[in-house]
Design a binder for this molecule. Structure first.
Ligand SMILES: *Cc1c(COP(=O)(O)O)cnc(C)c1O
Length: 436
């Protein structure tokens, strides 16, 4: 970033009153260096910063803005809802609409409860799983991120990966003891763990396709996908499978990653966020009706929220779902595919080792030679090359996630003209990445 800019001024002020100047660590440019632009407005695929500079956005608020920024239908729905009141603290129709839409798209979801973030969703799903099984231990996979829930921060992806943290301080030893972390995709390790401690395990939680250490498609062995293997292993041990689709839900495909995982099996509980709020703060967890029936007031598991199912948030979510038809997924697929090809061409021409991995319309670029299957693989990449690539693109008005460990997000507003703008900037950025 240029100095003496309004973004710089705002960031200096922010750093005095907000820790590191940001309200979520991934927004800081800690791992790439420099000052994050402060965004003044956004429309379609474009962001405009406080200094009036325009960027093609490949972050999309980290997933929610799947129809592009300030989508006219979504904005109109929120405006209309606002005129009817901002929050009731009583049931309203939009909540029913969201739950019906999710249940219609995602077979295993019989019942759904809305919360305000993905973090709340995974935290609550875990509580239900512990109540249902009467067990304490949760199994997670290294490099998977499930929000900033105490029990789920060990070897987490997203910002925890970006800033190379082992987990988080402030998590009690007792909580850490109840979390077992395994390498992603390691069937033998899971089988051995279940043989030894199966009776203690309440749930296995996994990202449906890890996307917070970069995108790692779940490995298929002899026709059996990793998620199905997890469901069958969990059930054999009397434990539950929680499939976290906060990021992949309604993005990887119309039915989330579950839709491309093959049928004939089901997770017990699923978590959602990001796309389902269309840019407003919404998360959700759902699944088998007998499990969801454990929630208060009918059941013994307490879970609540003053603003849960907020009418503006459900209006944004419903308008977003309305826009996510077959044509929208075709558009997302073509934008994603075109961009992957352009990036591959530019990096190959410049001689930069890289591998592009995908899960449906979701993809990421690793700066290393070989396929990434685990968190250890993801960490073994050339983050300096990424940093040079990132800054060259930013200078040219392309806003990538400021981390080598994140997915790139396209939207239906990433039209061929927008992709062309990225194409123009890529060769120079690839050369910058190569110039180590
Ligand atoms: C973003 C994310 C979360 C956390 O959601 P928040 O709304 O940021 O709390 C949980 N799980 C996955 C897979 C995510 O990508």
């Amino acid at each position: 970033m240029t100095t003496a800019s309004l973004s710089q001024e705002l960031f200096d002020r922010a750093c005095r009153v907000i820790p590191s100047g940001v309200n979520s660590p991934v927004r800081a440019f800690g791992s790439v260096g420099g000052t994050p632009p402060f965004i003044a407005s956004a429309s379609g695929a474009l962001l405009t910063d406080a200094d009036g500079r325009e960027y093609v956005d490949l972050v999309g608020s980290w997933g929610p803005m799947i129809l592009g920024h300030a989508n006219p239908q979504v904005v109109a729905a929120v405006q209309e809802a606002a005129t009817r009141g901002l929050s009731f603290g009583a049931p309203q129709a939009g909540e029913v609409g969201i739950a019906e839409e999710v249940a219609r798209r995602i077979g295993p979801v019989e019942q759904l409860r809305l919360v305000n973030s993905g973090t709340e969703a995974t935290m609550s799903a875990l509580r239900v799983a512990r109540a249902a099984t009467g067990r304490d231990v949760v199994v997670k996979f290294a490099g998977c991120y499930h929000g900033h829930v105490d029990a789920l921060l060990a070897e987490a992806g997203s910002g925890v990966a970006t800033f190379a943290m082992p987990g988080s301080a402030g998590v009690t030893a007792a909580t850490a003891r109840d979390t077992v972390v395994l390498p992603y995709g390691d069937r033998e390790a899971l089988t051995a763990l279940l043989a030894e401690r199966g009776g203690e395990i309440a749930a296995i939680i996994t990202e449906a396709a890890p996307a917070n250490m970069g995108v790692v498609p779940p490995p298929v062995v002899e026709g059996v996908g990793f998620n199905r293997f997890l469901a069958e292993s969990a059930h054999a041990a009397g434990a539950l499978l929680i499939s976290d689709e906060v990021l992949t839900g309604f993005r990887a495909s119309e039915e989330g990653h579950y839709g491309i995982d093959g049928k004939g099996w089901a997770p017990d509980l699923m978590t959602f966020g990001k796309v389902i709020g269309g840019g407003l703060p919404v998360g959700a967890f759902g699944g088998r009706a007998d499990l969801m029936g454990l929630l208060a007031p009918a059941g013994p598991v307490y879970q609540a929220g003053t603003l849960s199912g907020n009418p503006l948030a459900t209006a944004a979510g419903l308008a977003t779902f309305a826009g996510l038809d077959d044509a929208a997924y075709a558009q997302l697929t073509s934008a994603s595919t075109a961009l992957q090809q352009l990036v591959a061409d530019a990096l190959t021409t410049a001689g930069v080792p890289h591998v592009i991995q995908r899960a449906g319309t979701l993809f990421s670029v690793f700066f290393r030679e070989d396929e990434v299957r685990t968190y250890a693989d993801a960490k073994a990449q050339d983050t300096d090359a990424f940093r040079r690539f990132f800054h060259a693109l930013l200078e040219d008005g392309i806003y990538l996630p400021p981390s080598a460990f994140e997915a790139w997000f396209v939207s239906t507003a990433h039209t061929p003209e927008v992709i062309d703008r990225i194409a123009e900037a890529l060769p120079a950025a690839a050369r910058a990445a190569a110039a180590g």
